[in-house]
Design a binder for this molecule. Structure first.
Ligand code: AHM
Ligand code: MG
Length: 359
């Protein structure tokens, strides 16, 4: 009888242990950041703190996005931002959340947001001069918010270049290739935190039961095959000749089997379009057009971080004539045309730009 009882207990134990088996390989964002930090014994842990805090901020934004329809945060705020665009309530809320979550970290010298005209300068760290600035688009794709369509947060981290006192504009106006880390959070059917600190691109899925980001997509790379063409094709007649020719080439090419599987896929949230293309293969573009002669998307908050991530994942990003990561910014809110995704496609677009100049 006693033996029988023990067997029962044992098998129950085994069941419980098996249930926990799935957690054995759990690598959380937290543990990966800590591991990376251990690889740099000289590290003061500041940089790791920033990544962790962005993770925290994104979880708070995620919770607001999830409950948006219940908490009166849908719709327009009634303001126009520095970009001349109408702000949504969730844009403003996410901006405030990012500012408040990151603003008190001693290693952060300053913050710049797509939603605010000027940068936020933070009190200099009393013992350190070697600190960081963070630039972000708190909620990208906000025209999609009210329809429950995937949106995201984009961030970019630079080491400040000035040495003493409050940070200055030059600390923020740095080319993309100087980024120390960049990433995005995509609020979709699940929430994912995708980032690189120069050693590949890694994706973590938020486990809502545990409340942790868990490594689900290590070392993300663009697949060779290009499957998605992502552009707002209603702008076709406003694009220049090279862009129109390239779009026709990729969409209607019956001769090259490379394009057999290409489909049009455009969400209108850069984060979501980029993320899908990174997983399936593809190219996203927001080129210059008659209405937006410098493109629509912002260099420092959107294009530079996404371009850097693309390069880290074996892809590329260009304006047509210059690599996005090589652009020396001159203004905080400057815009740039962008074509980003599979390297082969981006190279081909550059070739079209060379061969078909003009309108
Ligand atoms: P936002 O940062 O104000 O949301 O605007 C950027 C968004 C991108 O996510 C997206 O690629 C683009 O605007 C869509 O623009 P359009 O509606 O002109 O196609
Ligand atoms: Mg945006």
């Amino acid at each position: 009888m006693g033996d029988k009882q023990n067997k029962g207990v044992d098998s129950k134990k085994r069941e419980v242990v098996r249930e926990f088996d799935e957690f054995k390989g759990f690598k959380t964002l937290e543990s990966c950041i800590a591991n990376e930090q251990h690889l740099h014994p000289e590290s003061r842990g500041f940089f790791a703190d920033i990544l962790r805090r962005i993770g925290v901020a994104s979880k708070i934004i995620e919770s607001k996005v999830q409950r948006a329809g219940l908490t009166n945060v849908l719709g327009k705020q009634g303001n126009v931002n520095v970009q001349g665009e109408e702000q949504m309530k969730l844009d403003v809320l996410s901006h405030e959340l990012m500012m408040n979550t990151l603003g008190w970290l001693p290693a952060v010298a300053g913050l710049a947001s797509e939603e605010e005209e000027d940068v936020m300068r933070l009190p200099p760290h009393p013992d350190e001069n070697d600190t960081y600035v963070i630039l972000f688009d708190p909620l990208d794709g906000s025209s999609n918010i009210d329809a429950n369509v995937t949106i995201g947060t984009i961030f970019s981290i630079h080491r400040r270049v000035t040495k003493w006192g409050s940070c200055e504009l030059v600390d923020f106006l740095q080319p993309g290739y100087k980024q120390l880390a960049a990433g995005y959070v995509v609020y979709g059917s699940s929430t994912m935190f995708v980032y690189s600190s120069g050693d590949g691109v890694h994706g973590f899925t938020l486990d809502p039961e545990v409340g942790e980001y868990v490594l689900s997509h290590p070392d993300m790379r663009f697949p060779d095959q290009c499957k998605c063409f992502s552009a707002n094709e209603t702008n076709y007649n406003k694009w220049d000749k090279a862009t129109r020719k390239y779009a026709d080439h990729i969409r209607f090419n019956d001769e090259d089997e490379r394009y057999d599987k290409v489909s049009s896929r455009y969400i209108g949230s850069m984060v979501a379009d980029f993320h899908r293309n990174l997983l399936y293969g593809g190219v996203f573009m927001y080129p210059a057009d008659e209405k937006n002669p410098n493109g629509k998307l912002r260099l420092l908050y959107e294009c530079s971080p996404m371009a850097w991530l693309a390069e880290q994942a074996g892809g590329a990003a260009t304006t047509g004539t210059q690599d996005i990561c090589d652009i020396e910014p001159t203004e905080l809110h400057q815009r740039t045309p962008i074509v980003v995704g599979n390297k082969q496609e981006v190279e081909l677009y550059k070739k079209f730009c060379k061969e078909h100049p003009g309108k």
